[in-house]
Design a protein around this ligand. Structure first.
Ligand SMILES: [Cu+2]
Length: 435
């Protein structure tokens, strides 16, 4: 190898090593990992075309003039770029790049401008210490006997909070928690709902309440840019437990960031009295980093399309219900259960309890189920379960598609009181911490 050939080899090797170092570094820094797909493709393209051009130039130069060799090389590189560049660069500046989908509206890509703004401003973005809505946080039963005009105000907020220890997510929320507030109205009420989008948001939002009869469940008339607010009015004509969620395109992307909650339309005659009510909502979260990967996680649209969440949790985070659900033995319990999805159906079950009554799919006025072990909560649906409590101890709420426990889909209800040895008697294994 002559001296000039050695020089070229060193230059090409150098470029290769620099590229490799950037790639390895990019894996550690989230913002750079956004560009790894583009970077790999463009880097590969430039290297291969450059090498091909140089090779053709070298071959032709051996038998022809410098001028002909140069012209042929430029033609080759030009034609190659013409053919390959449309595939190497994204059509629109969206993240993730190259994602092609066929929904009724925009796909799950996020505007690249918002992604970059997020990373530039994320240090100033609001931090929420506990993203989980307290399962005890719901309004008391409605006691009035006539319909009224009710005002509801909600604010869409984009925040950063922990999914698990050290695992951070950019949540999009109603009022800064997942799920959003539990809304409670009476059948026949007329509701003026005002939705405000926080000025610090990076995305448009809206609200679709399944309790609404009308276009988009309200979504069609509540699209709001950051800083805007809109009001619309609906009459709650059907009793039931309904999901509300953001339905701004891409709907699945907004829901998979945590934008959902429940609205109860109590029947005219009210619900039977219970001693304690809880508010629990399941949801899935899709991150590029695998289960348990620490740091600020990037939303993974491909995993969402594939239905492969990293986290399946109750009330927005791993352990979102823990140490919060307590009742006395003898109390009658009602749990309002919702499922924000976006892909899974929940097989809701409380280990060690039997649901005395289930309002299947949150329906009211029809047949109720009695003595149920596990009930289905569809994506974008609900269920109400009621049960008497007889035996003290820890009762674990699960999605009985049990591998989801390891992704976070469990919570603990603690019953405090005197043992009822006629119903349950035995010696606990002191090494087993699950009771
Ligand atoms: Cu939204």
């Amino acid at each position: 190898m002559d001296k000039s050939s050695k020089k070229y080899v060193v230059i090409i090797l150098g470029i290769f090593l620099i590229g490799l170092s950037i790639l390895l570094f990019a894996r550690q820094v989230e913002i750079l990992s956004l560009f790894k797909f583009v970077f790999i493709r463009v880097f590969g393209l430039v290297i291969s075309l450059g090498a091909a051009g140089f090779f053709i130039f070298w071959i032709i130069r051996k038998f022809h003039s410098l001028k002909i060799a140069a012209i042929f090389s430029v033609i080759l590189v030009g034609v190659s770029f013409f053919l390959f560049m449309p595939y190497a660069f994204p059509e629109r500046l969206q993240y993730p790049f190259f994602l092609k989908t066929f929904g009724p509206s925009d796909g799950p890509s996020l505007p690249l401008k918002n992604v970059l703004t997020f990373f530039l401003k994320q240090s100033n973005m609001e931090r929420v210490s506990d993203i989980a809505r307290d399962p005890n946080d719901l309004p008391p039963p409605i006691t009035r006997i006539s319909p009224e005009r009710v005002k509801i105000e909600l604010e869409t907020q984009e925040v950063i909070a922990e999914m698990a220890d050290g695992v951070k997510f950019n949540y999009w929320t109603f009022n800064g928690t997942v799920p959003g507030p539990f809304l409670r109205v009476r059948e026949g009420d007329t509701v003026d709902l005002t939705l405000k989008n926080s000025a610090s948001s990076l995305h448009h939002h809206n609200i679709d309440l399944h309790a609404v009869t009308g276009p988009g469940g309200g979504a069609a008339v509540t699209n709001i840019a950051p800083g805007e607010s809109k009001t619309f009015t609906f009459k709650a004509i059907n009793p039931g437990l309904y999901v509300y969620h953001c339905a701004h395109p891409n709907v699945a992307t907004h829901d998979a960031h945590g934008m959902y909650g429940l609205i109860l339309v109590e029947p005219k005659e009210g619900l039977p009295k219970v001693d304690k009510e809880f508010y629990v909502m399941q949801g899935e979260f899709y991150s590029t980093g695998g289960l348990g990967k620490k740091g600020l996680q990037i939303f993974d649209a491909q995993k969402m399309l594939d239905g492969k969440p990293e986290y399946v949790v109750f009330n927005g985070r791993v352990g979102g219900l823990n140490s919060k659900m307590k009742a006395q033995v003898g109390e009658k319990i009602r749990i309002f259960v919702g499922n924000g999805g976006v892909n899974f159906i929940s097989s809701f079950h409380v280990i060690g309890e039997i649901f005395d009554t289930v309002y299947p799919e949150g329906s009211m006025g029809g047949a109720m189920f009695k003595n149920v072990q596990t009930t289905l909560v569809p994506a974008g649906g609900s269920a109400i379960v009621e049960f008497d409590t007889e035996v003290p101890g820890k009762y674990i709420l699960v999605d009985h598609a049990l591998s989801r426990l390891d992704r976070g889909a469990w919570g603990v209800l603690e019953l405090i009181g005197e043992p009822s040895k006629d119903i349950f008697d035995g010696v606990f294994d002191i090494n087993n911490k699950s009771h």
